[in-house]
Ligand binder design. Structure first.
Ligand code: SPM
Length: 310
């Protein structure tokens, strides 16, 4: 893997200082005409993996920030909102999850949250980019702590290829913690990928995927919803949460279940996360009220999503 660490160099990546000198601005064709900016205290790491540019910087207000191909993946201050919701929305919706697969999620934050469940026996993670794992372990130990759980097996490779090799009905839950649908994660938003997930899940199993912003990507969301309705024969739902450092300040999740097993009512969780999980550190964001609220959609989004979603 080609890699360069230019932390000492004065030559900053394109997104740095492009709008305001000394600030990082998140510029992407996925959100044209806007760019959220964070003041940079210090660049801690710059590298180029086989898949993407990887940057870590210390910000003035959100702690350390992980950026892939110019797009913020997490900050120390608000990562809890995303990692807790993408994990606990699905895992609290089925009784006693035992086998869980994470696709993407190389920073380890979703693993940290999955490991709160005592019923879970096996956690597989398939991350395409080893540099993301290494950088998370070096700069974000409170996130990468998820890798320390002995139930975790890390597979470095392509998520689609991994799923093709998984025996039918292997997992109770699959969580897709991907970057956006340009670059290495493009395939993770396509129908063939959802078909592979459905095959990998047991009847009545659940999937939760990163599903973009209702403010920015209704066209992408519409496509995901349509694909999921064709593929998942149980329930199909859209939920969302706030993450201040993601563009538009919100991000959504598709939550689906396979047919042929117990029905899954994502809006009324049967497996509330209990006090025991607090031994892994207190939950900072997720709670039962936010779980229910996550499925309430603004009218403009409901019009598009609800007419197609159960
Ligand atoms: N474990 C954290 C990894 C983050 N994965 C999701 C990143 C999404 C970044 N872009 C958000 C764009 C919202 N429209």
């Amino acid at each position: 893997m080609a890699s360069t660490n230019n932390a000492a160099s004065n030559q900053l990546p394109e997104s740095f200082g492009a709008v305001i000198p000394g600030w990082f601005s998140e510029i992407s064709p996925l959100w044209p005409g806007e760019a959220h900016s964070l003041k940079v205290e210090k660049i801690l790491f710059q590298g180029k993996s086989d898949f993407q540019n990887v940057v870590v910087f210390e910000s003035s207000t959100y702690g350390k920030v992980l950026v892939l191909d110019g797009v913020i993946q997490l900050t120390e201050r608000d990562e809890c909102a995303y990692q807790e919701m993408i994990t606990h929305l699905p895992l609290s919706s089925i009784p006693r999850p035992q086998r869980v697969l994470v696709i993407g999620g190389g920073d380890g934050g979703v693993l940290r949250e999955v490991s709160r469940y005592a019923s879970v026996e096996k956690i597989d993670i398939c991350e395409i980019d080893r540099m993301v794992v290494d950088v998370a372990k070096q700069f974000f130990p409170k996130v990468a702590v998820g890798f320390d759980d002995p139930r975790v097996t890390l597979h470095i490779g392509d998520g689609v290829a991994f799923l093709k090799a998984v025996p039918e009905g292997t997992y109770d839950a699959v969580i897709v913690d991907s970057s956006d649908p340009i670059g290495p994660a493009r395939d993770l938003f396509e129908k063939p990928f959802f078909e592979l997930i459905a095959k990998a899940l047991r009847p009545g199993g659940v999937v939760c995927t990163q599903a973009e912003s209702i403010w920015l990507h209704m066209n992408i969301i519409q496509g995901i919803v349509a694909n999921c309705r064709q593929v998942f024969k149980g329930s199909v739902n859209y939920a969302w949460t706030t993450v201040p450092t993601y563009p538009s300040g919100v991000i959504g999740f598709m939550l689906c279940s396979t047919g042929g097993g117990p029905a899954v009512d994502f809006k009324n969780p049967v497996n509330p996360i209990d006090a025991e999980s607090e031994s892994k550190g207190a939950l900072k964001f997720y709670n039962a009220e936010l779980h229910r609220a996550a499925f309430c959609l603004p009218s403009f989004a409901r019009e598009v999503i609800d007419c197609k979603v159960n």
